[in-house]
Design a protein around this ligand. Sequence first.
Ligand SMILES: [Zn+2]
Length: 336
Amino acid sequence: MFKKKNVFEKINSYFKKKGHELILSIFLDNYNNNEIYIRFDYVPKLDIYKISWVDLHFFNEKAMAEYINTQIVTGFIAGKIIEEINKNQYDSMTFTNKDILGDRVEFIIYSPTEKEYVFDRVLPEELSKLSNIFILIFSYMPRSMDIILSEIFSRLDGLEEVYNHLKPVRFDLLKDDLKKYFREPSILRGLEYFKTGNVTYLEHIDNKYFAIVSGRTNYLVILEEQDNNFVHMYCTCNCDHFCKHEAAVIFAIRKNIEHKFFKVKYLGDDKTLFERVMDNNYSLCYGYKDDKILIVSPDGKLIEYPIKKGNEVLFSVLEDDDSLSLSEYIDKFKEE
Ligand SMILES: [Zn+2]
């Protein structure tokens, strides 16, 4: 934080020297891993307004001008921004959320009086009238920033869950009430899935739980424990909310269920990039089907891969189940 403060001071004094008057700033602090500082300035000697922004991840104070992006704002839009600022009645407000990691927004109006608004991830309803300023300012930002603006507005849009379920959340996997993040139907379906044995594999490796949940097809669930009780939940089902597969795995974890994956190593020597990535280590395997082996790819996908290419058997078994069923299955391909 001290380092950032230092950088702000340098950027601000750079603009001051150029005769810019700071009217408004927005700092996106660790927002989707971005550190973006945005300013809206008036330049009296030219009587123009400018929006400038700096990505602090790509910033070198020795060549500051090279790293600052600036656009002149048309008189009409500048007028609209000023109008919105003058209409603003909110006192300074802070809305932080201890269940959110990063994604902080610091919005400061400098004139006529200084007001500061701080919130995590989503613009709260209590500050909804600031949304016009966000829209006007972001219309000068690169298109890649649109996703951040959508996320900032997600509470106003009723889409907060869509963004939240992709991010780490503060959740004790063993104790916390699932209702904190999961919808009621997902909890009920998840419990049913768990009870009917749909969690077919579940293993805790380092700080991650890997699981296969069978439903219409097989789904991979990865629950990654992070510091301070934060968990990142991932499922291959592409739901836009915390899903029944993730809920089922949490129920299984709470009942101490473990069903280890097979571990296999790829042996093929004619390798694509994907195969080379897989080759570095072992892969989790969740069984076999006909002439294919079922594995978890390094990028978190479930794939079916041929056991044999030509005469070559492509996998060796590093860890089997008690009845050595995978070794036995693969050995059959060696004999053919
Ligand atoms: Zn799912």
